[in-house]
Design a protein. Structure first.
Length: 114
C-alpha cells in the first residue's frame, strides 16, 4: 500500500504561480513513476506531467514551458511548479504513484481566476 498526501492548491490570478507537493509513504518501489493528472468540471481527467524515479519527465503539450515537475527521492515527494497560470488550468489536480500498482491522492483544487 502507498499513501499520497497532496498540498499546495488554491486560488490564484491569471499569470500567477502555485506549487503543488505530493508526498508518498508506505511500500515504495525502487522504480516508479509519479505525476499529476487534472480534471476540470465536465471534462475527463487528463495527464499533466510525470517523472520517473530515474528523473525522466514528460509533459502535456498544454503545460510545456509553464509547468515543471521535480522530485526529492529521499523524501519520496514530487513537486509541480506551475507558472503563468491560465483560467483553463482550473481543476482538481490529482497526484498518482505507479510502481507495481497505481495509487491516487485525494486531489487538490486549483482555481485560476481574477
Amino acid at each position: 500500500q502507498v499513501q499520497l498526501v497532496e498540498s499546495g492548491g488554491g486560488l490564484v490570478q491569471p499569470g500567477g504561480s502555485l506549487r503543488l507537493s505530493c508526498a508518498a509513504s508506505g511500500s515504495i518501489f525502487s522504480f516508479y513513476v509519479m505525476g499529476w493528472f487534472r480534471q476540470a468540471p465536465g471534462k475527463q481527467r487528463e495527464l499533466v506531467a510525470h517523472i520517473t524515479s530515474g528523473g525522466s519527465t514528460n509533459y502535456a503539450d498544454f503545460v510545456k514551458g509553464r509547468f515543471t515537475i521535480s522530485r526529492d527521492n529521499a523524501k519520496n515527494t514530487v513537486f509541480l511548479q506551475m507558472n503563468s497560470l491560465k483560467p483553463e488550468d482550473t481543476g482538481v489536480y490529482y497526484c498518482y504513484y505507479s510502481g507495481g500498482s497505481t495509487y491516487w491522492g485525494q486531489g487538490t483544487q486549483v482555481t485560476v481566476s481574477s
